[in-house]
Design a protein around this ligand. Structure first.
Ligand code: B1M
Length: 213
């Protein structure tokens, strides 16, 4: 594998946004295919971030800095990927539920999902059921993610699932939930398809739910 791709992965892991952007440009100039740069450079680096984060060897600030480096690389790469018609692995709509303004964890999940090759449509915070539903109708994602940080707002997830059922959309998407007060038990109770305790596990769970290798 080209040396420049290893360098991209390494610089992404340490969060060096400037170096990542320059190396992506260099890789393109060397004639490396955009999907190779994505898979064997950027995503490879971000996977490593996920592994270390899950193992508590690095923490939220490092992940945020790595995600910023990923973004810098993607800004250069995205137009080339679009031009070569490379499709994202899958599409995900994500948001923090109605009444809840916490978004740090949700943003981390979004970044890790993007880092893994998903297209993420982020609806932001305080997202009512109708907005999730509208976004699913408009974007036809395979996956919907709901984040809740308060015991008073996590019950909103139950309402959202009801609304998805009533709109006849429940079987069209997989629904993954998370956030500090959310548990697997709660996910089972409300009938969500999956739960993930952290952003790196969210990527694994999403791939498992969508049967992506
Ligand atoms: Co708030 N807050 N807060 N707060 N806040 C908590 C959550 C709280 C535990 C603090 C406490 O009392 N000890 C408490 C909740 C108690 C409870 O309900 N059990 C609380 C409270 C009470 C409140 C207010 C009500 C305070 C008040 O006004 N009286 C108020 C509510 C506002 C509202 O939402 N309506 C409030 C406000 C705020 C701020 C705005 C000041 C700020 C949020 C800023 C922001 O997000 N932009 C804030 C913050 C920062 C926190 C704490 C300190 C940190 C949360 C955080 O970002 N953690 C928090 C205490 C704490 O957790 N130590 C607290 C870091 C983040 C990376 O972790 O979000 O858990 P987390 O995300 C993880 C996982 O949970 C998971 O992956 C992430 C990364 O690994 N995950 C998912 C998250 N979403 C996922 C989705 C998935 C999968 C995994 O699939 C879709």
């Amino acid at each position: 594998m080209a040396e420049v791709l290893d360098q991209i992965a390494k610089e992404l892991f340490v969060g060096n946004a400037k170096a990542v952007a320059e190396l992506v440009q260099k890789a393109l100039e060397e004639g490396i295919a955009p999907q190779d740069i994505l898979g064997n450079g950027l995503i490879k680096g971000m996977n490593e971030v996920g592994i270390k984060f899950k193992a508590n060897e690095i923490y939220v600030p490092e992940v945020l800095i790595a995600a910023r480096a990923m973004k810098a690389g993607m800004e250069i790469l995205k137009p080339k990927l679009v031009a070569t018609g490379v499709k994202p692995m899958a599409k995900m709509v994500i948001g923090t539920v109605k009444g809840d303004l916490h978004d740090i964890g949700k943003n981390l999940v979004s970044m890790m999902m993007e880092g893994a090759g998903f297209e993420v449509i982020d609806l932001g915070i305080d997202v009512p059921a109708e907005k999730f539903i509208q976004a699913v109708k408009e974007n036809e994602p395979e996956l919907v993610g709901m984040s809740a940080l308060l015991t008073t707002t996590m019950i909103q997830i139950r309402e959202n699932l009801k609304a998805f059922n009533e709109a006849g959309l429940r079987n069209r998407v997989k629904i993954m939930i998370g956030g500090a007060p959310v548990t697997q038990k709660f996910a089972d109770e409300v009938g969500a398809d999956g739960y993930a305790p952290d952003a790196a596990s969210a990527v694994d769970k999403a791939k498992e739910l969508l049967a992506i290798g």
